[in-house]
Ligand binder design. Structure first.
Ligand code: NAP
Length: 352
């Protein structure tokens, strides 16, 4: 049996960090050998530092591991990061400079022009940026690959087959985002009970900017943004897990509704061809029921890695409208980063 790659988790005690631990517990290619978090947690065992907030028990293998500072060196070959954006820039940068591949879930480097903002099904060609990133940042052998914001991943995955087949001219997205997206403790219960909050700091900008980069064209050292207009309005709703978005799309080339449905439902890409461990058989599931998708019923589709689409209809203002839903801490965060790492391994990009 091939030896597993030793990985470190930055932000291990958080909502996304806990998902990393849960998803990696029985992973065939990666084993967790280092955990890092803030100085509130450093020096403690993981079970002293972390209140486990996912269903089931805290995995036994992490309980006695010591939580360390998110700075090199750590006893691992690869870093998964789920640090807050403001901390991540310095920490992830220092790991990359010390020669570690950094697979980040934070926003800090997503829009840097030499950093791939990767969804393996959508833009694996953007990994071409790694050569210029390595050369431009000192040739130290380390690098940073990021995954998009949790709502952006769902939006870009849903748009990708439409964009490649018909071209997308414009998209309007109205999100309904789960509470776990704000980390723990997140939004105060008295603010969200019996309520919807029409503001999530930075989220609309992230969706509008990141989507253009993900669907853009890569050159040796840069990405040219996709020529489309994206408009996003984001709302926090009283749902534990699972982000939803109502989307309206205008296409460049006319397409019938059956063609649009077929493009979405039949979409597969390199992760499915390579049978990557975390790749869902169907990245996009199209449901016909009038009242789907719903967070409670559909967030775990494809082990939390599929985007579920429903309510696909012609639209009176743009061309088509539909509702998309995906699991924000799996496809939208930890699962996305793990799939990115699986692709890097499969393509021989890690040089370890
Ligand atoms: P969270 O639950 O608040 O966890 C934050 C983690 O970062 C904890 O491990 C915390 O450690 C650590 N941390 C906080 N301040 C630190 C500091 N000054 N130095 C070192 N470590 C520090 O947040 P989260 O929801 O997991 O989100 C983590 C990152 O993933 C964020 O960048 C977020 O934007 C991104 N993200 C989240 C989601 C989601 O659905 N939740 C989706 C996509 C992306 P302590 O426990 O020691 O404080």
């Amino acid at each position: 049996m091939t030896k597993k790659l030793r990985v470190g988790i930055l932000g291990a005690t958080g909502m996304v960090g806990q998902r990393f631990i849960q998803l990696l517990e029985h992973h065939p290619q990666f084993e967790i050998t280092a955990l890092a978090a803030s100085d509130r947690s450093q020096g403690k065992t993981f079970q002293e530092a972390c209140t486990w907030r996912l269903a089931g028990e805290m995995p036994a293998f992490v309980r006695t591991m010591k939580v360390e500072a998110p700075q090199p060196p750590l006893d691992c070959q690869l870093i998964f990061s789920s640090l807050p954006g403001d901390i991540a820039r310095d920490s992830e940068g220092s790991f990359a400079a010390a020669g570690y591949p950094v697979i980040s879930n934070s926003s800090a480097y997503r829009l840097d022009r030499d950093v791939p903002l990767l969804i393996p099904e959508v833009n694996p060609d953007h990994l071409a940026l790694l050569d210029s990133q390595r050369a431009g940042r000192g040739g130290h052998g380390g690098f940073i690959v990021t995954n998009p914001n949790c709502s952006t991943i769902m939006l870009a995955l849903a748009l990708a087959p439409l964009h490649s087949r018909f071209g997308v001219k414009s998209v309007i997205a109205t999100t309904m985002q789960a509470l776990s997206g704000a980390g723990y403790p997140g939004v105060a219960s008295l603010a969200i009970s019996d309520n919807v909050l029409p503001f999530i700091e930075g989220e609309e900008e992230k969706i509008e900017q990141e989507t253009l980069k993900i669907l853009g064209k890569v050159t040796a050292a840069n990405v040219t943004d996709a020529p489309m207009d994206v408009s996003a309005q984001c709302n926090r709703v009283n749902v534990s897990d699972g982000h939803m978005a109502a989307l309206r799309v205008k296409l460049v080339q006319a397409a019938g509704i059956e063609e649009v449905k077929a493009a979405l439902a039949s979409f597969t890409a390199i992760p499915q061809e390579l049978h990557l461990h975390s790749a869902p058989a169907q990245p996009i599931i199209v449901r016909e029921e009038l009242d789907r998708p719903q967070p409670r019923l559909d967030r775990d589709a494809g082990n939390g890695m599929s985007v579920t689409i429903g309510r696909l209809l012609p639209d009176n203002v743009l061309d088509y409208r539909f509702v998309a839903l995906s699991h924000n801490t799996i496809r939208g965060a930890a699962g996305a980063a793990i799939l990115n790492a699986e692709l890097l391994v499969a393509l021989g990009k890690l040089n370890l």
